[in-house]
Write a protein that binds this ligand. Structure first.
Ligand code: SAH
Length: 346
């Protein structure tokens, strides 16, 4: 079966048994990670793209059972950045060399269609050489269209799990799997570089669910895939759950690279949270993007999706220096520029 690893990326869907072996079998994981790294180097060399993450609001109308800023968490501290604060984050980020700004937040009703349209227009006007990525959850197709016309380039909306029955165990009944998937299809049709993704080790997840994730990625062909370990948050129904492991997360990062050789795959903050060198190891297992936090330090701790999140104390300038050091130590280098998907370069 280990010959299978050298045969990846495969031009066919793998069988259940093959997936099962790759995901949970006993074999030398380093071989898989090295294979993924080789494939990543074929398309992206040793470049690592950096994104400046701006967490624009911790208000959320949703109630995802795993998430610390879920509506039902009365203890969550809520904040919302003003447009001026967001522009200030961008100005600082631009100065530091970022050419992609990611605006992420809870699903905050304050963010009307026009409010988001204006901020996207404003950023693109001030920084025409930058990409804007939105990650603001599920919205009507018209909103996505208006924001795309305003200049937004990419949209991140993790599918969280590609198995409907599993999705229903992680979300309340009003948040449906069908709607999340419909949003993803809309985003891709509109023309966004579209990001899907999932948590590894989330409650009730089995190997069959991870196989479904891999098959979904193969079929949907997203441009970006965010993968991080589930990490419990103390004020959620899953507070007693165990976190996803380093090995399992790296395995899924590597298999994602081998399923989508061209994808932009971040080595996530959650991966850096469960292990001090998690992000470096993620890069060595096929990831090629890192995100650095540009949110004002005063509110960083309040965007608390899971416990013990790293990088909540440092100023943006320290973050980027630390990130560059880590990327270099892992054998790669931070690339300047927008860092578009190889097939979506302008
Ligand atoms: N509201 C936006 C942004 C969500 S936060 C949206 O719906 O897309 C970004 C990601 O954080 C989520 O997609 C989820 O995969 C991840 N996340 C949330 N809670 C988490 C937890 N407890 N552990 C690990 N990742 C978590």
């Amino acid at each position: 079966m280990t010959d299978l690893i050298d045969s990846l990326p495969a031009d066919r869907d793998l069988t259940d048994d093959e997936w099962r072996f790759l995901i949970e079998g006993e074999y030398d994981r380093q071989r898989l990670f090295d294979r993924a790294d080789r494939v990543r180097r074929q398309y992206y060399g040793t470049d690592v793209y950096i994104r400046g993450l701006i967490e624009i609001s911790s208000f959320c109308r949703n109630d995802c059972l795993y998430c610390g800023i879920r509506r039902s968490n009365a203890k969550a501290e809520r904040y919302r950045l003003s447009k001026e604060e967001i522009y200030a984050c961008c100005a600082q980020g631009y100065e530091l060399g970022f050419r992609t700004f990611v605006l992420q937040g809870g699903e905050d009703a304050y963010h009307t269609t026009e409010w988001v349209e204006e901020i996207v227009c404003g950023i693109k006007e001030k920084y025409p050489d930058c990409a804007v990525t939105l990650s603001l959850g599920e919205r009507p197709r018209e909103d996505y269209e208006i924001w795309y016309k305003a200049g937004a380039d990419r949209y991140l909306l993790r599918h969280e799990t590609a198995s409907c029955s599993h999705y229903e165990k992680l979300h309340p009944p009003e948040q449906t799997f069908a709607h999340r998937m419909e949003c993803l299809r809309n985003l891709k049709e509109i023309g966004y570089q579209t990001g899907a993704g999932f948590m590894v080790g989330s409650p009730f997840q089995g190997t069959g669910d991870l196989i479904a994730d891999m098959r979904f990625l193969r079929e949907f062909q997203p441009h970006m895939v965010g993968i991080g370990p589930f990490i419990p948050h103390h004020d959620t129904p899953f507070s007693n759950g165990s976190p996803g492991t380093l090995e399992q997360t790296l395995t899924m990062v590597a298999l994602t690279r081998l399923t989508l050789p061209h994808a932009l795959i971040p080595s996530t903050t959650a991966l850096g949270t469960i292990h001090p060198e998690g992000r470096e190891l993620g890069l060595k297992a096929g990831a090629n993007v890192v995100m650095s936090n540009l949110s004002p330090v005063a509110v960083r701790g309040q965007y608390s999706l899971y416990d013990n999140k790293i990088c909540i104390g440092e100023e943006a300038a320290e973050c980027i220096e630390c990130m560059k050091r880590r990327v270099m130590a892992a054998g790669y280098q931070v690339a300047v520029g927008r860092g578009d998907h190889v097939r979506m370069r302008q």
